[in-house]
Design a protein around this ligand. Structure first.
Ligand code: TXA
Ligand code: MG
Length: 322
């Protein structure tokens, strides 16, 4: 595994059927050329992900959509115009030639144009769509820095394209536009409110029960430490109670008063607004985890704007572990 900023090298590896982790504005992706079943199958091996979980095809320009989508509705077109390049994934009825390795055998395909200069340059040089899930081990926290990818996947990747910190920090919003009515499959970097403003009506978040629906696996987005969600006002008391039980405690919150806490409490205080919390969320979970805390206490943001996506990920991180 090598790491660097050589886009031409990364593109050549992808063209030859290799795996490249690359930066996007949301999280790092683990890419393979989407027209090679053999290359795509390696993604699942390296991630440890069940092959029924479909992947997102990353394209450089909206013109390429016709290679993947069978038809593009007026709503889909409006959303693509408003948010591409950007943190929005659209689900279309697939063209017949799209590989089952990419779609998990579904009749639909997920597509997005990422908003990151290195990702766009890479896609341009590869010349074909790149299938990529987030570049983490299955069920773990997504990577927003190259060292996260290195720690998770190491030698499983042929090259990591170094692109600094992902500036959104949380995965793309997924909207299914394959049927007559669009619905939201995963809240993410584009707010539900912004989608609704473009469509001119309200959109429903579909909580599917099948494991192949986005992030529905009970262990999704989880650090190793237990995660507990509380009101901001109760964080301090709970931190002290946990210390009393002999546990090492991590706290992740905005607006938390970290003064005069015992050494067994590690605080990742987020300055700024919900966008800053989104950008720092996965780094904070990973670094609290790495410092060996037994439990991470966090408060949920308001479920509006990017807060809806943050709340979704924190709830999943706090979810059942069986
Ligand atoms: O921001 C992102 O979306 C990042 C970057 C790398 O683009 N990618 C990402 O990929 O989060 P991944 O594989 O971790 O999550 C994609 C989700 C999966 O949960 C998958 O189930 C869902 O998209 N998905 C993909 N194709 C689908 C389809 N045809 N129908 C329904 N869901 C689909
Ligand atoms: Mg993922």
């Amino acid at each position: 595994m090598a790491i660097g900023q050589d886009i031409s090298k990364a593109a050549a590896i992808l063209r030859n059927g290799g795996l490249v982790a690359f930066p996007t504005e949301t999280v790092y992706g683990l890419g393979a050329r989407a027209d090679s079943g053999e290359a795509v199958r390696r993604i699942f091996q390296v991630k440890g992900r069940p092959t029924t979980h479909p992947l997102i095809v990353h394209i450089e320009d909206r013109q390429e959509l016709e290679l993947w989508a069978n038809s593009v509705s007026a709503e889909a077109s409006a959303l693509a115009s408003a948010f591409w390049p950007g943190p929005l994934t659209l689900i279309f009825e697939r063209r017949p030639e799209v590989l089952p390795e990419v779609t998990g055998g579904l009749d639909t395909v997920a597509v997005r144009v990422p908003n990151h200069p290195l990702a766009l340059q890479l896609l341009r040089e590869v010349g074909v769509g790149v299938a990529a899930p987030s570049a983490n081990r299955f069920t773990r926290v997504s990577p927003t820095r190259s060292e996260h990818v290195e720690n998770d996947l190491g030698d499983g990747v042929d090259y990591i394209l170094e692109g600094g910190v992902s500036f959104v920090g949380i995965e793309s919003t997924i909207v299914d536009v394959s049927g007559p009515t669009p619905f939201l499959l995963r809240p993410g970097g584009v707010s539900k409110e912004a989608i609704e403003a473009t469509l001119g009506y309200e959109i429903v978040l579909l909580e599917k029960s099948e494991t192949r629906a986005p992030g529905q696996h009970p262990l999704h987005y989880a650090p190793h430490a237990e995660v507990k969600l509380l009101d901001l006002a109760n964080l301090r008391t709970e931190a002290l109670r946990q210390v009393g039980l002999g546990r090492r405690v991590g706290v992740l919150a905005r607006g938390f008063n970290a003064e005069e806490l015992p050494a067994a409490v590690l605080v990742h205080a987020v300055a700024g607004g919900p966008d800053d919390l989104a950008r720092e969320l996965y780094t904070a979970l990973r670094s609290l985890d790495a410092s060996g805390v037994d439990v991470i206490l966090a408060s949920l943001p308001e479920p509006a704007g990017i807060g809806l996506a943050i709340a979704d990920r924190l709830k999943k991180a706090a979810g059942p572990r069986s």
